[in-house]
Write a protein that binds this ligand. Structure first.
Ligand code: B12
Ligand code: SF4
Length: 540
């Protein structure tokens, strides 16, 4: 038997089949319930295993643990008290460096532990992770519910792990990847997530500091069939759309109302209209039941219609997230999103007209993007903002498992603006070191080359546009009108601002607050810059 087998034989003596499921701090100051762990916990319970869910993200938000150099020691001493030695850690790309550091430290302090990782990042870099970090024993790839139960059963019975589909593990120094596991056919067959095993009241208290009502995420389905070249989640669920039945969704809502007085839900599905027949049925069902709940969701504009939007509003939808990503038809084609921009405009307007709050998202930093493409995106975002939608900008990130990652893996670089994916974890020196050593594992922290505007620091530009579009959309639109005659666009305005900042405030760090408070001062100078440019042109 290899070391691994010896280890797991010992483990079950102590833990008696109990696993501790761990969520680590995220990079953003917002609490979110780790739905994946609650679903795993429900399945484990059904299979007669016991589990505890430890959410260090929530503890951090409650001020019970600090996200600094004391974190690892304190976190490990807390879980040591639980008396188990099987640990299952969830992570996405943004907290993956911390997950690996945590596993290393856990192994160092509690060498008898069995450490299992899962989630959308581990899934795509499982072999690379096990090769680089011997402290991690097994990675569960893809959907975890059935696999984790089978894995624990295999440990318990000292069975051959080769027969457990959907894992990558180490045996006798070799990394073994078993056959992939079929997706669960019927999502209704998954037991209800065990919200009762989670401190939901603490979560609600923290989230209600931001929104005034009780609010929970509720998973309605998995998988988007579209093929955007940067998208990890569609690949994670193999581009197969599955949904729970409307009856099941509503039963979960009622249960959350009964247990925690929940009034509003965020329907977790990457593209709820991927199967718009299902979505229509869900809306009709909620209407038929006279559902008292409000809810929000994410949708792709190409599957929306006026009829569907009106139905959504009637069924309790209050907010919708629309990923438009680029205002350039060329970029829509290249990235595989394939949205018809005019139709998207129409749907944004229709949602707003139906009284829905709309958040539209845009991505900056595509390798093929020209300055003109980026201007088209910014102009589109401004148009939506002026029409009443909110806008959100993200920097393109090469997520593992995507065509974008495969194409640029050997050209990734850590630029000045590479850390925007997860600023907090980037501050941990240990994490910083890991990121710098393993680009193939931590690629989301890296940048892909942008030939056409390489000199622009996208992190700073994102701060700028987030604040300007959020608070100064009208003055910004006036500025754009004024600079049109000198053939300048939204990207030029940012560049003038950056130049002005370097001259006047070169020692001030760019933060959202700085952008907010300095913009009017900039506008005064910018008036002079524009007047100068206009008189130059007149002379010409
Ligand atoms: C809700 C959501 C959020 C919420 C809450 C996050 C959360 N995880 O709960 C918020 C808004 C905070 C958020 C933020 C971000 N998110 Co997000 N988010 C999602 C979303 C839409 C749903 C997550 C979810 O609840 N899924 C449902 C559950 C059931 O699935 P699951 O968590 O993956 O768990 C299953 C398996 O992965 C596995 N599993 C998971 N963990 C474990 C652990 C063990 C031990 C085992 C055995 C199995 C296992 O089993 C589970 C059941 O099948 C996903 C996309 C998606 N549809 O999953 C993106 C997603 C996770 N987010 C993503 C990203 C990139 C982000 C951000 C970095 C975005 C940004 N630019 O800022 C931020 C930062 C997050 C951070 N860590 O700091 C990416 C991650 C990509 C990657 N390679 O890791 C995803 C996949 C979307 C995408 N763009 O592709 N997100
Ligand atoms: S539409 Fe959204 S979820 Fe679907 S593949 Fe594109 S980015 Fe991913």
């Amino acid at each position: 038997l290899g070391i691994f087998r010896k280890t797991h034989r010992r483990i079950f003596k102590k833990s008696a089949g109990r696993i501790c499921l761990i969520n680590l701090p995220r990079s953003i100051d917002e609490v979110h319930i780790p739905l994946g762990l609650l679903s795993l916990s429900a399945c484990l319970e059904e299979a007669s295993f016991s589990s505890s869910v430890i959410d260090f993200d929530l503890m951090h938000m409650k001020g019970e643990i600090s996200c600094d150099d004391t974190f690892l020691a304190k976190a490990v001493s807390m879980i040591d008290r639980l008396g188990t030695d099987i640990y299952g850690i969830t992570a996405d790309c943004a907290n993956y460096p911390l997950a690996v550091r945590f596993a290393q430290y856990l192994h160092q302090m509690l060498p008898e532990s069995l450490i299992i990782l899962g989630g959308p990042q581990a899934t795509f870099v499982a072999v690379e992770t096990l090769k680089a970090f011997p402290e991690i024993d097994v990675i569960v790839t893809g959907e975890g519910e059935v696999t984790l139960c089978e894995l624990l059963k295999a440990f318990q019975n000292h069975a051959d792990l080769r027969n457990v589909r959907g894992i990558v593990y180490r045996e006798n120094g070799n990394i073994i990847a078993t056959a992939s596991r079929d997706l669960i056919e019927n999502l209704d067959s998954i037991p209800y997530p065990v919200f009762q095993a989670y401190p939901v009241e603490d979560y609600l208290r923290l989230s209600m500091a931001k929104v005034s009502h009780t609010y929970l995420p509720l998973e309605v389905g998995r998988g988007c069939p579209k093929n955007c070249y940067y998208c990890a989640t569609s690949r994670m669920w193999r581009r197969v759309n599955r949904t729970k039945s409307p009856e099941r969704v509503y039963q979960e809502m009622l249960l959350c109302q009964r247990n925690f007085s929940i009034e509003e839900f965020f329907f977790v599905h990457d593209n709820i209209v991927a199967n718009n027949r299902f979505f229509m049925e869900l809306c009709m069902y909620l209407i038929g039941q006279r559902s008292p709940f409000k809810w929000s969701c994410s949708a792709s504009t190409d599957r929306l219609s006026k009829e569907l939007i009106n139905l959504m509003a009637k069924a309790g939808c209050t907010n919708v997230f629309l990923g438009v990503e680029s205002g350039s038809p060329k970029m829509q084609r290249i990235m595989g999103k394939m949205l018809d921009i005019h139709y998207a405009d129409n749907m944004v307007e229709t949602c707003l007209g139906a009284g829905l709050g709309v958040l539209t998202s845009f991505i900056m930093g595509f390798p093929e993007e020209t300055r003109e493409d980026l201007d088209m995106t910014l102009e589109k975002a401004l148009k939506y903002r002026l029409g009443g939608a909110k806008v959100q900008f993200s920097q393109l990130s090469p997520f593992a498992g995507t065509p974008l990652y495969k194409e640029y893996l050997h050209d990734l670089f850590l630029g000045e603006d590479s850390s925007c994916m997860s600023p907090r974890h980037f501050q941990f020196n240990d994490c910083k070191y890991l990121i710098s050593q393993y680009p193939e594992i931590f690629s989301s922290f890296y940048t892909v080359p942008r030939a056409n505007y390489a000199d622009i620091n996208l992190t700073n530009a994102l701060y700028f546009y987030d604040i300007i579009f959020g608070y100064y959309a009208h003055p910004f639109a006036n500025v754009l009108d004024a600079v049109k005659s000198v053939r300048e666009g939204p990207l030029d305005v940012y560049e003038h601002w950056e130049k002005w900042r370097m001259e006047k405030h070169f020692d001030t760090k760019i933060t959202p607050d700085f952008v907010f408070y300095s913009f009017n001062e900039f506008l005064d100078c910018y008036d002079q810059i524009i007047s100068g440019m206009l008189s130059e042109r007149q002379k010409e």
